[in-house]
Design a protein around this ligand. Structure first.
Ligand code: ADP
Length: 255
């Protein structure tokens, strides 16, 4: 068997907002191929942690390294280029573009770097656009979105919009995918579909970190769970281990 390799390392990260310590000396390591759960009561710092990892917030203290590269405080687009994609609690799709166009925007993310080359070699522009449309159709098919391809996300049911957001994040070909409460607002059947989608994403080689309140989903999906409370890590281990930790039970009683 090959050694488990460290993909993400959050080292002693704190994030202060004026007097408030949203994150207080948080450390965690995520291994390539893992599905990691992040749980904790409301206000415990989960989304702040995602914002630090994905570059939306600069940590007050501490480091974030991805595949051994120190990316602390880099801008979100730099972290996206380094292979980190994310979804948001409140969907952030381009509501007026079509579903397919939302995917094309993500698929095109590598285009900016070498766009001058394509300007000089028009043939490649054509071939590349054809490739992108082919890839978009493949993703639409894989996520059961083909019938919605030409529609704007805002015209679609909420559960479908959530699926579009995940598909768009995966279209960027990340190594690390951050899902912020992907099951929020989904019905039971949609949660079951989500579980299979996340498993297939992981099986395709993408490491996943998932913030989730749906404990059934966390228990059945995650190998390791990190529990935050008051901006600190209060437990870490398998779902069964953390569920049996007194500090975790205590943290949730007040929620
Ligand atoms: P969770 O995702 O676990 O519900 P958050 O990370 O959203 O928790 O919030 C943790 C704490 O940090 C909360 O007290 C919240 O009010 C505060 N917080 C988060 N973002 C900001 C911000 N941009 N400015 C001020 N306070 C913030």
């Amino acid at each position: 068997a090959t050694e488990a390799t460290e993909l993400l390392h959050v080292a002693a990260v704190s994030k202060d907002f004026r007097g408030l310590k949203a994150l207080d000396d948080v450390s965690l390591t995520v291994t390539t191929g893992e599905i990691r759960g992040i749980v904790g009561p409301n206000g415990s710092g989960k989304t702040t942690l995602f914002n630090v990892i994905s570059g939306f917030y600069r940590p007050t203290r501490g480091r974030v390294t991805v595949a051994g590269r120190d990316l602390t405080g880099r801008a979100p687009y730099r972290l996206a280029r380094a292979g980190i994609a994310r979804t948001f609690q409140n969907l952030r799709l381009f509501g007026d573009l079509t579903v397919e166009e939302n995917l094309l925007v993500a698929l095109d993310r590598t285009g900016t770097v070498q766009s001058w080359r394509y300007l000089l070699r028009p043939f490649h522009v054509l071939r590349r656009d054809r490739d992108l449309h082919g890839q978009a159709r493949h993703i639409l098919d894989r996520y059961g979105l083909t019938e919605f391809a030409a529609r704007p996300p805002k015209s679609l049911p909420y559960g479908i919009q959530r699926r579009v957001e995940i598909a768009r994040a995966v279209a960027a070909a990340p190594t690390l995918l951050l899902l912020d409460e992907p099951a929020a607002g989904l019905n039971g059947e949609e949660v079951r579909q989500l579980r299979e989608i996340v498993r297939s994403i992981r099986d395709s080689g993408i490491t996943v970190i998932i913030i989730e309140h749906n404990m059934g989903l966390v228990m059945s999906l995650c190998e390791q769970v990190t529990v935050l409370a008051g901006g600190r890590v209060i437990a870490e281990g398998t779902p069964a281990q953390v569920a049996a930790t007194p500090a975790v039970i205590e943290a949730y009683l007040g929620d």
